[in-house]
Unconditional design. Structure first.
Lengths: 638, 296, 256
């Protein structure tokens, strides 16, 4: 690869301001943890008591606040990261509370197992809700969670024998540790500690394992998520389960505090409070729920103390919510972040520029060659068998009246660069979507490296070693280039959502492995430290394209499907791209290229398939195809 | 058999018609921007309370009261669109900030209604010719009220059909709902269409609240129930399909009346949610709807 | 209707220029697509913009119709600066953009689709009926199928409907994005022949295509690549043979 081109691209990249999210997210969670500690101290030292002399009442409220913070931490996973706003968390909280209450009073369970049972029951109750997300857009989920609140309160009133109806369940006792029964002051420390543990676990899961990126990907770039082997439904359902588990846990821990629970203990307004809290703190940020709960918890308490204002509490919630959505949708921490950039932006920019040039010199010595690290990763992949990387037989696909693929049989030889060309609407992209498992063909079969490829299953295609890119790069704009490329490693990951909660050795190892692989892939496509650290949405189009290829390569595919990869690239970038594709081919990868640029195809490809109206028009090398009268007619429309 | 008709079928159709109307009012708002108005049930609730103030308390003539209620509904709809929905959509046309901002309007209306009317249910007298008392017709016992609501719902559905088929404004709204950008290119002012739709939805919602008031009493607690039923009617019928909403509304009426008669009434919502989930999972676009399945 | 009569309805305008788009720079988020593109169309002229995918052709049309805001550059329609007007206003100022992919309103009848096309035109009934007569004369199939739902039309018919819809407001400039895409060659030819008739009726037409089939009906051609105009001239200069080598490429890939 021409060094001057790399340098030129670096130069270009330097004009973009890096956002350095890594640094900032660390600052964020430190701030969040500090907030939590300060909050507990504030309550503990009695400063908080100055607004009331009743310390029992204060302890109760402090406990409740920490429990609500726990709900908010969980809500942030489904509503903040996955982006489906739930209005039903108070119902899950109530389910947890009633489960605990009923098990301890009617069935004589000990408190701790009953608490765990409450969390599990809430989690199970949430499962049907996830089905909504499977096929419908997010707002349906929001409405159905609202309906859940109505239904749960109906059921509580109906099942009088179990729940005591309107009177509720009473005689609940605080749990024991050993022989010591906890009082509400002990409880405060216990729940505070639990909050810190949950906070750190979720932070680890989201910031440091493949799942955090998967949560964000299923919302912001579902095609990309599927292309790297993420199953959107599984991820959304899991996020919902985590969220519901925490809401149920908080509810179950709540029940012993007042000693009595009834339907009035769970007003729907509290559901709106949870949303308000994470919105105020910053939806989809790690410290958001903590900051938001602390910042807003004072509001309802203050309102309750002002008799004259009590009726207006709904109004205050509503206005706050409205103002936040309209004026501060990024929340308090987002606002702080913006302020941070206004104050220190210049300094950050200079710092970023320096780092960029270091990276440029560093990467120049590691200019891609046949011994490049990423290529070594690729060679470690399983050995391919069969002469053909891809064989399709009689593929047909129809959209309504439009025949996109018509009995199409193509063969792609292993280890070649194979171009698929044709006029607009000739079915090139459809073919690519079928092979990568995004569309299910109406008829026909596919073989990949000699083995049958199940149709319509993107996650299976990726596991067979088929990776792809999109016509318009599908990147997650808020994540850094490095994080985006690490997403490509997803299908090779072993860490589950459970062990991902803790910094266990194998979890850390996987993260290091992914990061090293992603770095190598980014360097392979000719980008450097700057593109790794910058938010992807800030990068120029060409860099997003290259990062997308890097992400596909990070999945260690044996066959790479590229959908018009050169469109929108500058001439120099096209040269660089050609070098890269040849390098990948020479390392043993099969490349399938859907492309419009005839000149590029002529230079790059080993063989060509020409499609027209979903059918095979011509096959062969560039010379055969270029002089085929049928091809000339199809292109020139003569 | 006759007993079944008297006690279940006829009330089911009459009450179902109300749910259908609320579903249609959701549809009107949904059409141009794909926004679901979380506050819609509250506007319906407000319609009932306003009916109490104007028609019962102040004893205004019926026509004047209807016009006033509908006008206030329209104004609330317009204000909501301008203050809560448009700014959220302008920031991110594909985002769902409007879920939270219309939820905010839900709580604001709740609060203002408590302050103004308190939480005691209020009686609203029958409308002329629409008595709730049963009357013997051809061997059936029929309350004229139920016939009236059904007739009004059918009339509204037909009127809206003509609005969308025969008027330029209606065609423009329909066009906007199918392809927003293509409509703009043909000269449709999408912002104005949004405002008109929210006004129509608000007016119909408040009117329905007034219509329902003699049956449900005027009280703040019906807001959530109406959101529930209206959404179910709209979603089961297919978002945007008015005939679908009416049919689904009647179906809901039937479910409600039969669970109340043959099982315990407290399980109505539970049964409805189960029906909703099964229908949405089998046919996400609803019974009469165009496909809303997400595209790749 | 006679072409002269229609031309008479389009009086005025400086120097006979229906459209001037001057040094347009535009793009999406961090990605600049157009790097200073200048194109123009005289009254009654058919101008073809050729270029591969990603050249920025569709973006250029979107900038002219206002769907995408330009970062710099000016747009004049009949000598009037329309660069600051919102989309629906521009439609009323005489810009009719027919986007790619036959974006008709599938759930409405053919006639309703056409009626929606008149929204941006003159409001009086007479003008509307004249537009109908004219469009039905150009596309007789649409009159026969005026009561059908647009979704039930064939691909070619939908494309004709989309163009007819754009014509109903009697625009100054008609922007057609890949009108022949996805159509069988014979249908594509039919559609393009109708476009030629439009221009004879006094409407200027800007066509964007990836393939050179439309060159037969064009008066002038611009070739775009990577967001820049790389060649332009009268369509006679772009003889098929030259174009084949320029466009299908014996030149180096990635170079203008």
């Amino acid at each position: 690869m021409a060094a001057s081109n790399i340098a030129r691209m670096r130069q270009w990249g330097r004009t973009f301001r890096p956002t350095a999210p890594g640094l900032l997210s660390n600052a964020h969670w430190l701030a969040g943890a500090a907030f939590l500690v300060l909050g507990i101290l504030w309550l503990r030292t009695g400063i908080g008591g100055s607004w009331s002399s009743d310390s029992r009442q204060n302890l109760y409220l402090a406990n409740l606040m920490l429990l609500y913070m726990l709900v908010a931490l969980g809500l942030n996973v489904i509503s903040g990261y996955v982006g489906a706003a739930s209005i039903g968390h108070i119902a899950l909280f109530a389910i947890g509370a009633y489960t605990e209450a009923i098990l301890t009073t009617d069935y004589g369970w000990h408190v701790w197992p009953a608490v765990l049972a409450g969390a599990v029951v809430a989690m199970v109750a949430s499962l049907p809700l996830g089905l909504i997300l499977l096929r419908l857009s997010g707002w349906y989920f929001s409405v159905v969670t609202l309906l859940l609140v109505v239904v749960v309160s109906d059921l509580i009133l109906q099942q009088k024998e179990l729940t005591g109806g309107g009177a509720g369940v009473f005689g609940l006792t605080m749990p024991y540790i050993g022989n010591h029964q906890l009082d509400s002051r002990d409880y405060l420390y216990f729940i505070g500690g639990l909050n810190v543990v949950v906070f750190l676990m979720l932070r680890y899961l989201i910031d440091c394992t493949r799942w955090g990126k998967a949560f964000i990907a299923v919302r912001q770039a579902e095609p990309a998520a599927r292309a790297v082997g993420i199953h959107p439904f599984v991820v959304q359902e899991s996020a919902l389960m985590i969220s519901a588990f925490l809401a149920g846990l908080a509810g179950a821990l709540f029940a012993p505090l007042p000693g009595i629970i009834n339907p009035d203990s769970f007003p729907i307004l509290d559901s709106i409070f949870f949303l308000l809290a994470i919105l105020a703190g910053g939806m989809g940020t790690v410290p958001g729920p903590v900051v938001g709960t602390l910042a807003l918890y004072i509001v309802p308490q203050w309102l309750n103390r002002q008799q004259a204002l009590k009726d207006y509490s709904f109004l205050v919630y509503g206005l706050l919510l409205l103002l936040l959505v309209i004026f501060l949708p990024e929340g308090i921490s987002g606002g702080v972040r913006r302020l941070w950039y206004q104050l220190f932006g210049r300094w950050m920019k200079q710092d970023g520029g320096g780092a960029g040039s270091i990276a440029a010199t560093g990467a120049a010595s590691a200019a891609p060659g046949t011994d490049h690290q990423a290529l070594q990763y690729l060679r470690q992949g399983p050995a391919a068998s069969g002469d053909f990387a891809l064989e399709t037989v009689g593929l047909s696909k129809q959209f309504g009246d439009l025949v996109a693929l018509d009995d199409l049989s193509v063969q792609v030889r292993r280890g070649t660069i194979h171009a698929i060309i044709g006029p607009n609407g000739s079915g090139k992209t459809t073919l690519l979507n079928v092979v990568s498992g995004f569309y299910r063909p109406d008829r026909g079969s596919m073989k990949c490296f000699g083995r049958t490829l199940p149709p319509g299953r993107a996650s299976r295609s990726i596991r067979r070693g088929v990776a792809r890119t999109f016509q318009v790069p599908q990147m997650l704009p808020a994540l850094t280039g490095l994080e985006n490329v690490m997403l490509g490693c997803h299908s090779g990951g072993k860490v589950t959502m459970v062990d991902g909660l803790l910094p266990l050795p194998h979890v850390r190892r996987e993260r290091r492995r992914f990061e090293a692989r992603a770095r190598a892939c980014i360097e392979l496509v000719g980008l450097g430290e700057k593109e790794m650290r910058a938010a992807c949405g800030q990068l120029p189009f060409a860099h997003q394209r290259l990062l997308e290829i890097a992400r596909a390569v990070a999945g260690e595919p044996r066959m790479l499907l590229l959908d018009e990869p050169a469109s929108g690239l500058h001439p120099d970038e096209v040269r660089q791209f050609i070098t890269l594709i040849r390098l990948l081919r020479d390392s043993g990868m099969t490349i399938v290229l859907v492309e419009h640029n005839f000149a590029l195809v002529g230079e790059l490809s080993d063989s060509i398939t020409v499609l027209d109206a979903g059918m095979l028009l011509a096959e062969g090398d560039i010379h055969a195809v270029r002089h085929d009268p049928k091809v000339i007619e199809a292109y020139l429309g003569a | 058999m006759i007993e079944l008709a008297n006690d279940v079928l006829i009330p089911a159709l009459g009450i179902g018609a109300l749910y259908g109307l609320i579903g249609i009012s959701f549809n009107l708002i949904f059409a141009p921007g794909g926004t679901f108005n979380f506050a819609q049930g509250q506007i319906v609730m407000l319609g009932g309370l306003l009916a109490f103030s104007f028609y019962q308390d102040q004893a205004w003539p019926l026509v004047l009261a209807v016009l006033a209620v509908a006008a206030i509904g329209a104004i609330i709809g317009l204000a909501e669109e301008r203050i809560a929905v448009w700014p959220a959509l302008r920031r991110d046309p594909h985002g769902q900030g409007w879920v939270l901002s219309t939820l905010a309007v839900f709580t604001i209306i709740q609060s203002l209604a408590i302050v103004q009317w308190g939480s005691t249910p209020q009686v609203v007298k029958d409308f002329p010719g629409m008595s709730i008392a049963r009357r013997d017709v051809l061997g059936f016992e029929i309350a004229p009220y139920f016939v009236g609501t059904l007739a009004i719902a059918i009339g509204a559905t037909i009127a809206l059909h003509f609005f969308f088929q025969r008027t330029m404004l209606g065609r423009a709204v329909a066009a906007t709902s199918q392809d927003r950008d293509a409509a703009r290119l043909r000269g449709v002012d999408v912002r104005r269409i949004m405002s008109v739709s929210f006004m129509m939805g608000g007016a119909l919602g408040a009117f329905t609240g007034m219509l329902a008031a003699p049956l449900t009493l005027a009280t703040i607690s019906v807001g959530l129930t109406f959101t529930f039923r209206g959404f179910m009617a709209a979603a089961i019928g297919g978002m945007g399909a008015n005939l679908g909403a009416l049919v689904a509304g009647l179906l809901l009426g039937l479910i409600e009346q039969s669970t109340q008669r043959y099982w315990q009434g407290g399980y109505t919502n539970f049964v409805m949610l189960a029906v909703l989930l099964s229908i949405l999972l089998l046919r996400p676009q609803g019974l009469f709807g165009q496909s809303v399945a997400r595209r790749i | 209707m006679a072409p002269e009569a229609l031309a008479a309805t389009h009086a005025g305008g400086a120097a006979g220029m229906a459209l001037q788009a001057d040094s347009i720079v535009a793009g999406y988020a961090g990605n600049q697509v157009l790097h200073g593109v200048t194109v123009d169309a005289r009254r009654g002229e058919v101008v073809l913009i050729l270029g591969p995918n990603g050249a920025g052709k569709s973006t250029l049309l979107s900038v002219i119709s206002g769907l995408v805001r330009q970062r710099s550059g000016k747009i004049f329609v009949d000598g009037k600066d329309v660069g600051g007007a919102p989309v629906h206003q521009r439609a009323k100022m005489g810009v009719a953009h027919v986007p790619e992919g036959r974006r008709i309103f599938p759930r409405q009848s053919v006639k309703d689709n056409l009626l929606l096309g008149t929204l941006a035109g003159k409001a009086d009934k007479e003008a509307r009926e004249e537009s109908f007569r004219w469009v039905y004369e150009l596309f007789p199939i649409l009159e026969r199928k005026q009561r059908h739902l647009a979704a039930t039309l064939s691909g070619g018919e939908q494309q004709m409907l989309a163009i007819a819809q754009g014509v109903m407001s009697r625009p100054r400039i008609l922007l057609l994005d890949e009108p022949s895409a996805g159509l069988a060659p014979i249908l594509a030819k039919q559609v393009l022949d109708r476009v030629r008739l439009l221009s004879e009726g006094g409407i200027s037409v800007l066509i964007v295509e990836q393939t050179a089939g439309a060159i037969a009906v064009a008066d002038r051609v611009f070739v775009m690549r990577n967001g820049e105009v790389v060649a332009s001239g009268s369509s006679d200069e772009f003889r098929e043979q030259d174009l084949a080598s320029q466009y299908l490429g014996t030149d180096q890939p990635g170079q203008g």
